[in-house]
Design a binder for this molecule. Structure first.
Ligand code: CAA
Length: 381
């Protein structure tokens, strides 16, 4: 076993770290406050190869591998969770189109996702009544000659208003057993009958809009189908496995940002005549936080390595996401505590880290869904 990164992985991590310091960190607080999507930074990040990190070069990707991707998402998240989730979901959308799309659809959309011509991609499975129970969606797609006519509503869709292309799931065979009659489609932003509603006003990830998307007799060409009819649910599950590596990586980044900031703070802040870093209560918070985050990162990188080397990684991705998001949430709470009353104010970034990290235990499968996946994998082994 070798825990050493390759030279290329280290270079990518360092380059993304530099970019985050220079371009992301300085604007993160303001963009959070204003709920502003970071169009300019996303374009620059695409130009640096961050939007198609597991996509072959011939489709416009940088093809650097899943471990490098995980390291990059962690570095971006140290600056801003909204930038990181946009990057993670856009990479996931490029990957699902690459894995299951027809050649002309791949050639049409993947380069634009990778080069930033599309500011983002969206993964639209969730519906108002079907979040964790994803096989229970009600959006329909009816085949009519060379097209599908799509009707229904998607909710809480990350980057909905910013995306050039979305992948959406719909029921093509309502008589099939649960989960067997669902198909996935690639839908362009400009398609008539595709309506993007106003963004939700969220607690965290405020620079990453989530929108309701409405399909009102939205007609798409039949070649927009991903895989075969009825394979959609499995495709979603497979892609979410990869997505969960992205969110675990993101959580690790937010957690490190929180404890790094709090650790610097306690070295300077004095109480009872000495820096509060000299008190054991604070030292233990530091020790627990770094231990938990380093353990989380090992789980995340293991899942990334398994995916990169084409081994099974469903259980490992869910373990990584579950552990990393919950560990980082605990760390962010401690970071607020370490700053005392100031940690609760907008004058310091730790309150944003805490707001942001709460979202990560909810999207791409709640912690409870990860526990379902992990226990099923173990019990059915
Ligand atoms: N890989 C391949 N196939 C898989 C799979 C996987 N990881 N997981 C399940 N499947 C297959 C199963 O083998 C089964 O196929 P067969 O019947 O042929 O064996 C089929 O899919 C159905 O699987 P389940 O019986 O496990 O399905 P279920 O209805 O019990 O659902 C669930 C299980 C794990 C709860 C699933 O519904 C789930 O993951 N829910 C959470 C959904 C989610 O993560 N949503 C996030 C939205 S996207 C998002 O947040 C992105 C963003 O924008 C930030």
């Amino acid at each position: 076993m070798d825990f050493k990164l390759t030279i290329q992985q280290e270079m990518i991590r360092n380059a993304v770290r530099d970019f985050t310091e220079k371009e992301i960190k300085p604007v993160a607080g303001q963009y959070d406050e204003e709920r502003r999507f970071p169009y300019q930074n996303i374009k620059k990040m695409a130009e640096l190869g961050m939007m198609g990190m597991n996509i072959p070069v011939e489709y416009g990707g940088s093809d650097v591998g899943v471990v490098a991707y995980s390291l990059a998402i962690t570095e971006i998240a140290k600056g801003c969770a909204s930038h990181a989730v946009t990057t993670s979901v856009t990479n996931m959308v490029a990957e699902v189109i690459y894995e299951f799309g027809q050649e002309e659809i791949k050639r049409k959309h993947i380069p634009k996702l990778c080069n930033g011509e599309y500011a983002a991609g969206s993964f639209a499975i969730t519906e108002p009544h079907a979040g964790s129970d994803a096989a229970n969606i009600r959006t329909t797609a009816v085949r009519e000659k060379d097209t599908y006519v799509i009707n229904g509503t998607k909710s809480l869709i990350t980057s909905g208003e910013a995306s050039g292309v979305i992948v959406a799931w719909a029921v093509t065979n309502p008589n099939a057993k649960k989960g067997k009659g669902i198909s996935a489609f690639v839908i362009e932003k400009e398609t008539p009958g595709f309506i993007v509603e106003s963004p939700e006003d969220k607690m965290g990830h405020r620079a990453s809009p989530v929108n309701e998307l409405v399909f009102d007799n939205c007609v798409v060409p039949a070649n927009c189908l991903l895989g075969k009819e009825g394979e959609g649910f499995k495709i979603a599950m497979m892609e979410l496995d990869g997505g969960r590596i992205g969110i675990g990586s993101l959580a690790v980044g937010v957690g490190f940002a929180a404890i790094d900031f709090a650790t610097e703070y306690v070295k300077k802040r004095e109480a009872f005549g000495k820096p509060i870093s000299s008190f054991e209560a604070i030292q233990w918070m530091i020790a627990d936080s770094y231990t938990e985050l380093e353990a989380a990162q090992l789980l995340v990188l293991r899942a990334a390595f398994l995916k990169e080397t084409r081994q099974a990684f469903t259980k490992e991705a869910s373990m990584a996401k579950l552990f990393a998001t919950e560990a980082a949430r605990n760390v962010a709470i401690r970071a607020v505590q370490m700053l005392g009353g100031y940690g609760y104010t907008k004058g310091y970034p730790v309150e944003r880290y805490l707001r942001d990290i709460i979202g990560t235990t909810l999207y791409e499968g709640t912690s409870e869904v990860q526990r379902i996946v992990i226990s099923r994998e173990i019990l059915n082994r």
